[in-house]
Design a protein around this ligand. Structure first.
Ligand code: NDP
Length: 338
């Protein structure tokens, strides 16, 4: 089968491409410029013409994917902005929402063979991050609706994080509902928590890392760009697990029309620092231990979300937090960031 991966040069996407190629799929990746495909071609050159790349410069344009979807069986739509420094809500919401609708329209129009579309969403569409300390674990039946109201009422004055959260909650399911009679495909939305783990994609400098890895770099390592790590409990998933869930979602007919949370472990930033300091991958002197021992509650933190759906459907076992942190640091080292 032939799979289209959008934003193929992104952190998560490169791992999705790799898993697909390893599993024997043919892959067509979209990138925003030819130059952004160079590293990918090099990385996967042993797969020859099993990987093709096409340039889609602006995913928000109507018909942007009309050509890219032709002859495709499965779509993995991962392209979407994930950064918090934007000036107006439109900078974030437009690419996320319009890009999603644009690819769904192109499939409807030009790709009758597509039977499954997998979209990379975010767990932000599940739970409301403004409610402190969840009283229970959230699951796939939860919808973070409140954030849309916040953004719609006050788009110019909400802190950027609101906009990011909102950009993930809109669009695709509405499209499915409206277009039911006219389409041959079903939808799976993968909802990762923070994605950590080794970077295969091209990153020339630490501050150009994607948002989640940059946070590891800035909160855990002593550099000129170090920031104080926020308090609180978060959850994360290994990028290899996240990619595996994307590929399992492509090959498992019965998961159609599901949201799937991808999340391995709960963590506090101090936990990541502790693992880093004892990892032997980096000298413990370069690890920030801002307030060693500040984590007084040593109990294993809960993961914020339930993950039994993916575990049951796929028999999935999550990579350990130790392996994820160690391999993240090793990949920073490979890139000479440490
Ligand atoms: P990256 O920033 O590494 O990759 C994002 C991809 O989307 C790149 O290919 C990028 O292209 C493309 N892209 C960004 N902005 C636009 C735009 N305006 N128009 C077209 N393409 C664009 O991010 P991740 O791999 O970390 O994230 C991938 C997906 O996973 C996103 O949907 C993200 O929201 C989601 N996610 C990520 C989490 C994480 O912790 N990393 C957590 C939860 C969800 P280019 O290189 O040209 O900029």
């Amino acid at each position: 089968a032939k799979v289209l991966v959008t934003g193929a040069n992104g952190y998560v996407a490169v791992w999705v491409v790799r898993r697909l190629l390893e599993d024997g799929y043919s892959v067509r990746g979209t990138v925003r410029s030819a130059e952004k495909g160079t590293h990918l071609r090099e990385l996967f050159k042993s797969y020859g013409d099993k990987l093709g790349l096409v340039v889609v410069p602006d995913i928000t344009k109507e018909g942007a994917f009309d050509e890219a979807v032709k002859g495709i069986d499965i779509v993995e739509h991962t392209a979407s902005p994930f950064h918090l420094e934007v000036d107006i809500a439109d900078d974030l919401i437009a690419p996320a929402v319009k890009g999603t609708l644009s690819i769904l329209e192109s499939i409807k129009k030009n790709a009758p063979l597509v039977n499954r579309v997998i979209i990379t969403g975010s767990v932000s569409s599940v739970f409301n991050a403004f409610v402190k300390g969840p009283a229970r674990l959230y699951d796939e039946n939860d919808w973070n609706d409140s954030v849309i109201e916040v953004v719609e009422k006050n788009p110019k004055h909400s802190p950027p994080i609101f906009w990011y959260l909102a950009s993930k909650t809109l669009a695709a399911w509405e499209f499915m509902e409206k277009n039911k009679p006219a389409i041959n495909f079903d939808l799976v939305v993968v909802l990762p928590t923070y994605v950590f783990g080794p970077a295969l994609h091209e990153v020339k400098a630490p501050m150009q890392l994607n948002q989640s890895l940059r946070e590891v770099y800035q909160y855990v390592l002593k550099t000129q760009d170090t920031l104080p790590a926020p308090e609180g409990v978060y959850a994360c998933v290994d990028v290899r697990d996240c990619a595996a869930i994307h590929v399992l979602s492509a090959k498992t007919p019965e998961v159609g029309n599901n949201r799937l949370i991808a999340s391995g472990h709960g963590f506090r930033w101090q936990d990541i620092s502790d693992i880093a300091a004892s990892s032997k991958v980096v000298d413990h002197n370069v690890v920030v231990r801002a307030t060693p021992g500040s984590v007084t509650d040593k109990s294993k933190v809960s993961g914020l979300v339930r993950t039994d759906k993916a575990e049951t459907l796929f028999g999935f076992k999550w990579t350990s937090l130790e392996d994820t942190v160690r391999d993240t640091l090793a990949s920073f080292k490979d890139k000479n960031f440490i």
